[in-house]
Design a protein around this ligand. Structure first.
Ligand SMILES: NC(=O)c1ccc[n+]([C@@H]2O[C@H](COP(=O)([O-])OP(=O)(O)OC[C@H]3O[C@@H](n4cnc5c(N)ncnc54)[C@H](OP(=O)(O)O)[C@@H]3O)[C@@H](O)[C@H]2O)c1
Length: 263
């Protein structure tokens, strides 16, 4: 097991990505502190992990609430002694934020993904870093989309939001790596098992005169594998990145686009 004795906090753990990461980290031996804006989905994941013999505790934490993020993380450190891994898997509904060309978009809809994603990543990373510095050890992680590196029509503010998160990964790393803290991201292809993919593709499919299925097939056709990502592939890579086996990796976002994007 790659994460034995590691203490991991996950933000957005009730979501598809956060839940998959949580289950995988638990299977690899980590003790999980799961958080989300709504308690119910987070509790479901925590109970599943406990039922499978793992250790997971659920808490309601809005990852945009500076005080709550800080208080919760302090409670984790008070209880578990430290925090080794912080994973931000927060995602917001995209339906009303995409599918419209930028020239027709109002500023509120444009900036919402940018401020939400960057603020929650900054707050959760900063809270973790402040505690990890004392141990000279820790891994801060998040997830982005291909929009960080290439233009997609009608993706609104999501492209700039994802590019900003990847820039923040690099900037956190250059400041924190000298203190023994690694900062790494993951950039998967779309994941058809998730509701969020449907939400993200449907307005863009409609804007291009396609069905969701056609749009999904088009995206898959642009990969070397001719298929999109799975949650298991993302979670397995995340567990490796979170582990000491990846000690040489920091300041980078791992390209899981399966060939769609060149490095
Ligand atoms: N799904 C994909 O195909 C895919 C591919 C590449 C990258 N990603 C990235 O992965 C991340 C998660 O995606 P997902 O598919 O797991 O989406 P999801 O299923 O919609 O999950 C997102 C989670 O974030 C939570 N959340 C939203 N705002 C929050 C806040 N302020 N504080 C705490 N939790 C908050 C949501 O809780 P509530 O429901 O309570 O708001 C939800 O549980 C996103 O950043 C997305 O861009 C996803």
């Amino acid at each position: 097991m790659m994460l034995t004795d590691k203490v991991a906090v996950i933000y957005g753990a009730g979501g598809a990505v956060g839940g998959a990461i949580a289950r995988d980290f638990a299977r690899e031996g980590a003790t999980l502190f799961l958080t989300g804006r709504s308690m119910e989905p987070v509790e479901i994941v925590a109970k599943e992990i406990e039922a499978a013999g793992g250790s997971a505790e659920a808490a309601e934490v809005d990852a945009l609430d500076e005080g709550r993020v800080d208080d919760h993380l302090q409670s984790v450190v008070d209880k578990a002694g430290r925090v080794d891994i912080s994973f931000n898997a927060v995602g917001i509904p995209s339906t009303n934020l995409i599918g419209v060309p930028l020239v027709e978009m109002d500023v509120e809809r444009f900036v919402l993904p940018i401020t939400t994603f960057t603020t929650s990543y900054f707050l959760t990373a900063r809270a973790a870093a402040r505690r990890m510095v004392a141990n000279r050890s820790g891994v801060i992680m998040t997830v982005t989309t291909l929009q960080s590196r290439t233009g997609y029509p009608t993706a609104g503010g999501f492209g700039p939001a994802m590019a900003a998160k990847e820039a923040l990964t690099r900037q956190l790393s250059v400041e924190l790596a000298p203190h023994g803290i690694r900062v790494v991201g993951l950039r998967p292809q779309g994941i058809p098992e998730t509701e969020a993919l449907k939400e993200a593709y449907q307005p863009r499919a409609k804007a291009s005169g396609m069905t969701y299925e056609q749009f999904k097939e088009l995206a898959a056709s642009k990969t070397h594998t001719r298929r999109l990502s799975t949650l298991a592939e993302l979670a397995n890579t995340a567990a490796f990145l979170a582990s000491d086996n990846a000690s040489g990796m920091t300041g980078t976002t791992v390209n899981l686009s399966m060939g769609t994007l060149d490095d």
